[in-house]
Write a protein that binds this ligand. Structure first.
Ligand SMILES: [Mg+2]
Length: 191
């Protein structure tokens, strides 16, 4: 029998993208951002520069350093467990242009764990919402750190987890989304 599908985000769920990007940004642009300062995933609001400039800075960073981002160790342990019982897919906001470096990074830090990577390209083309990809996959688990990506899910048999971060704070929480503070909390909720 096929295993049920779990769909998982990459950046800041499996690897520390935001801290690495801003550490680099601080060096290159002389800013002093700490993780706690990143109150929105829309970096436009954080950096207070034009959208074009935001894209340029993110692309500059991604083109040079995406392979270097640190894996989240807790995620490595959890993914190995989850792999036993689920078919694992990644749904990432990255675009297809990063498929090679993303593959390489996953082979290095999560070897053999993921059946497929779905690139939805939110930063450039806004091709598809992650909820739509989850529906296509009939994913029963979805894990992400963006409020936008955990919203819009209507499948009643899907467990949706939002990994808490400074950039996803909200006074109201969708009834079908569980805010969690660690990968361990996700694993505990599943068993
Ligand atoms: Mg993310």
């Amino acid at each position: 029998m096929n295993k049920p599908i779990a769909a998982i985000d990459l950046d800041d769920v499996l690897g520390h993208f935001v801290p690495a990007f801003f550490a680099h940004h601080n060096i290159v642009y002389g800013t002093t951002f700490q993780r706690e300062d990143i109150f929105s995933y829309d970096f436009l609001e954080v950096l207070e520069v034009s959208q074009k400039e935001v894209l340029k800075r993110v692309e500059e960073y991604a083109n040079a350093y995406l392979l270097d981002i640190e894996p989240i160790q807790e995620a490595q342990i959890a993914i190995e467990q989850l792999y036993q019982s689920h078919e694992l897919h990644i749904i990432t906001a990255r675009g297809e242009e990063f498929s090679e470096v993303t593959d390489q990074w996953l082979r290095r830090h999560f070897p053999g764990m993921f059946s497929r990577i779905h690139f939805v390209g939110h930063y450039t083309t806004y091709s598809r919402e992650k909820s739509v990809v989850c529906d296509e996959l009939q994913a029963v688990i979805f894990i992400d750190d963006s409020l936008r990506n955990v919203s819009g899910h209507t499948a009643s048999d899907r467990q949706i987890f939002l990994l808490d971060a400074p950039w996803n704070q909200s006074d109201e929480m969708m009834h079908n989304v569980k805010r969690v503070f660690s990968w361990q909390e996700i694993m505990d909720s599943l068993t």
